[in-house]
Design a protein around this ligand. Structure first.
Ligand code: AHR
Length: 519
């Protein structure tokens, strides 16, 4: 008898435990801010095999190309609606002299890429080739100008070369090089990491430099530049204070000359002396990587708070123009080329960062993952004519529905995922409503062992037309290879049911889902 009672008590207790549901409540009528599509932006530096081999193969190559640009890469990036591309660096930008990259290719000088492996840069991919790439991709260029080792005149000339349509020398030079009409270029970075590889400047010195440079970067014709100031080292709040103070104190003068402020933050699983392998890691590394990624929220919150003080109307955008995982390079590859594999763990990092940027979309106006092909947290890896899509690519595919949609506020309950005395929430989410009225909800379960039940309610919406997609895999370390390119890929997701006005979702361990809900 006692045994029976004990069994019944255990049964009801276990039902409570195992059927625990975590509530996600979405408020569709409270959405105020648009998630700029530019949050889903990218970064392409002259680094390793990114430009050369990854994008540019030259016109006479057997790899299918249009004007020397790989067709397979363009097609893959168009599929995820790439909104913008930052170029030419990074640290490379701080030593790039754009006039080396124009005119007949066989007459362009050969220079040394001092930042990345000391290799020869033959400048065959320059301004015209980059603008052609953006045209083929249908995305906006984001040009990062050289303050570190360049001059005001050089940068001002570059703007005129690209955008002026007059009798001036730069406009004439562009026409001589075969481009009659000016291009449209909006986003312009005034230096990169000017606290470090971009010139080892102090914030006061840079604030003055930035003002001087921006004064001479002209809005030609109807081309209005969106000028982005370099931020300080990730948590250098004093740098942000200095730039914002300068912006607000200079009044109308500088105010018309600055639109964005940059923040860089990388997730380094171990530390800078030993960053850890991209594929050979354990649960401790998985946990630490996600734990460190969540620091992005703190950084964005704190920088935004300083910006709010000087700019409560949010006229200056926070531009997270470098972010992502930074692992050790793949064994046997050039340490200066930053070539790393990409697993389900990187997909988690991508989804969490994108959730954070969406959440802060009233201030974050652009973000650029580092980097697009063959470098750091790449979306695409290539091996000569072969190309594979990484788990990170698939996250951008799952999340493209949030581009330019209205961010929907929500409340999410979650249990903690604990390891070695540290805790992070298991569940993370983002939600938005697009211009056609479709609601999209993305949920991430970072717990690598435990599936979780989520009960999702959308206030005022009773729709029963729901479809879902999922990215997950059996092991944390799973990744795509040239031999097995589809190990980790998006699949249809059906583990949900509608009960009353709730969507009951079974979130598998280590998974990312996106649901589409038609009202
Ligand atoms: O993305 C690699 C490098 O990281 C960039 O060149 C630089 O800006 C940053 O430190």
């Amino acid at each position: 008898m006692l045994n029976k009672i004990f069994f019944l008590v255990f049964l009801s207790f276990s039902t409570i435990i195992f059927s625990q549901e975590y509530k996600l409540t979405i408020y569709p009528d409270s959405g105020k801010y648009q998630i700029s599509k530019h949050i889903y932006g990218h970064f392409s530096e002259h680094l390793g095999r990114l430009i050369y081999g990854g994008i540019w193969v030259g016109e006479n190559n057997s790899i299918p190309n249009k004007n020397g640009i790989r067709t397979d890469i363009v097609e893959a990036l168009k599929k995820i609606k790439i909104p913008n591309l930052r170029w030419p660096g990074g640290c490379f930008a701080d030593e790039y002299h754009w006039k080396d990259g124009i005119g007949p290719r066989n007459e362009r000088p050969k220079t040394i890429n001092t930042n990345w492996g000391g290799v020869i840069e033959d400048n065959s991919f320059g301004t015209h080739e980059f603008m052609d790439l953006c045209d083929q991709l249908g995305c906006e260029p984001v040009i990062c100008g050289n303050i570190g080792s360049g001059t005001v005149e050089e940068m001002s000339d570059w703007v005129d070369y690209l955008t002026a349509d007059n009798e001036g020398p730069m406009s004439k030079l562009r026409k001589k090089n075969g481009r009659e009409k000016p291009w449209k270029v909006k986003f312009w970075g005034m230096g990169n990491e000017t606290w470090g590889c971009g010139g080892i400047m102090t914030s006061d010195f840079y604030a003055d430099e930035m003002a001087r440079y921006s004064r001479f970067l002209r809005n030609n014709n109807d081309n209005v530049l969106y000028k982005i100031a370099s931020g300080g080292l990730e948590a250098d709040y004093n740098w942000t204070e200095t730039i914002m103070k300068k912006w607000s104190s200079t009044g109308g003068w500088l105010q018309g000359y600055l639109s964005g402020y940059s923040l860089h933050y990388y997730t380094v699983p171990h530390d800078w002396t030993n960053k850890g392998s991209a594929t050979d890691f354990n649960e401790q590394d998985w946990f630490t990587t996600i734990f460190k990624t969540l620091r992005m929220d703190t950084l964005v919150t704190n920088h935004s708070a300083i910006m709010d003080k000087y700019d409560p109307q949010k006229r200056i955008g926070l531009i997270v123009d470098e972010w992502g995982d930074w692992h050790e390079v793949e064994p046997g590859t050039n340490p200066g080329f930053l070539y790393q594999q990409n697993t389900l763990r990187d997909a988690m990092v991508a989804a969490i960062n994108l959730n954070i940027f969406n959440k802060h979309c009233s201030r974050v106006k652009m973000a650029n993952i580092a980097q697009i092909v063959n470098v750091l947290q790449a979306l695409i890896l290539t091996d000569k004519e072969k190309m594979i899509l990484t788990p990170t690519y698939h996250v951008f595919d799952l999340y493209k529905v949030h581009q330019d949609a209205i961010f929907l506020p929500f409340k999410l309950e979650s249990e903690d995922y604990e390891l070695d005395g540290k805790k992070i929430p298991s569940l993370h989410a983002t939600a938005s409503k697009d211009s056609t009225g479709l609601i999209h909800i993305s949920i991430v379960n970072v717990n690598p062992e435990k599936s979780l039940k989520v009960s999702c309610g959308i206030e005022g919406v009773t729709s029963k037309q729901i479809s879902g997609k999922i990215l997950t895999s059996e092991n944390m370390q799973d990744h795509n290879t040239f031999e097995q390119p589809d190990n980790v890929k998006i699949k249809e997701f059906k583990q949900f049911k509608i009960e009353d006005d709730k969507i009951l979702i079974d979130m598998p361990s280590k998974s990312i889902i996106t649901l589409e809900i038609k009202d």
